[in-house]
Design a protein around this ligand. Sequence first.
Ligand code: UDP
Length: 383
Amino acid sequence: MSLTVLMNAGPWLSVPPPGYGGIENVIATLVPELRRLGVRVVLASVAASTLPADERFHVFDDGQFPALQRPYNQVCGVSQAHLGGVARLLRTRDDIDLVHDHVEAVGLATLAAMGPDAPPVLHTLHWDLAKHPELYGNLDGGDRLRVNGVSAAQLARAPRALREHSVGHVYLATPLAVGAAGRRPVGKGDHLVTLGRIYPGKGQDLAARIARTVGVPLVLAGPVGPYHRPEDLAAAGEEARQNPDVRFFYDEVAPHIDGDLVRWVGTVAGRERDDLVAGARAALFPLRWEEPGGTAVVEALALGTPVVATARGCLPELVEHGRTGLLADAEEELADLVLAAGLLDAAECRREAAARFTPAVMAEHYVGLYDAVRRLAAARHPQ
Ligand code: UDP
């Protein structure tokens, strides 16, 4: 039986995203694999999206990300315009079997308001929800609404109303995992790498301190707030400090940057990113927050780089201590673990990624969840 899914990517960025864009990247990874499995995908996004789909729908031509800087009511206006369009489309169609929604909270609320005749909804949670319990206060009309997490740890921290609607979790995937088991090993350099936006929860300040303690070079890769290149941040001047991530960078990270042992290279992409990570002795994630999904973690494994991290959020689900990485219960242990990481086998990391974190594995799990969501909705509303 063929299945038609409306994939709601929202109005903020095109798919695939032009630069940074976690949710849009997940959708860009998932959709081709779903179509390979025979699922018809109607992509609700912006006109600028280039991801192939069976059908597309949009309200806005370009990603509305800049609107997020505007007053709150204008942000809501953008969401409502997009979701209103999706709701109108759903009312005119009887061939859409399920909505797979990725639009934070408001997506779920709007689709809930459509009532029992609308298709069932699977909403993927992308955030650490313990921090935003208010976002999902009201799940009225919840019979046909289900959610999934990107890790068991993320779901465990979600508000109870959400956990009661959960159908499970699906780990994030990376195209780098495809064929990773058979990929030729690359020569390892001596450096450590941290890959991710510069953010207190990701602990780049700790990474820098650890590198200096153990005397191992560290490359920090990732944007600081909206600034992707060191020269752009330097040119932005004092005003940039209004952004909390910029303040964190200047106050906590920059004092450790000496251009020699510790370097910040800005955002790296494509081949440059892959070579930087593949050639590293370890990928360091000294987390201070409960990482919900960790794309950069599965990317490191796929590139054959062991992960050294605090055992927070999804890390213990993604990394096997002693085989594909080393996990610390306390920050103070990380320096010793960095030194031991060279003993781990890169091939084990690549094998693990090839078995668990490919787009095909992710898509197969989602097809299973679509089936579960539809059966649950049908049981509540027999035709
Ligand atoms: N990333 C990148 N270049 C950088 C830093 C990060 O391409 O310089 C990518 C990284 O490879 C990953 C994503 O940004 O695909 C970060 O996703 P993750 O789930 O690790 O963290 P988030 O920022 O979504 O919390």
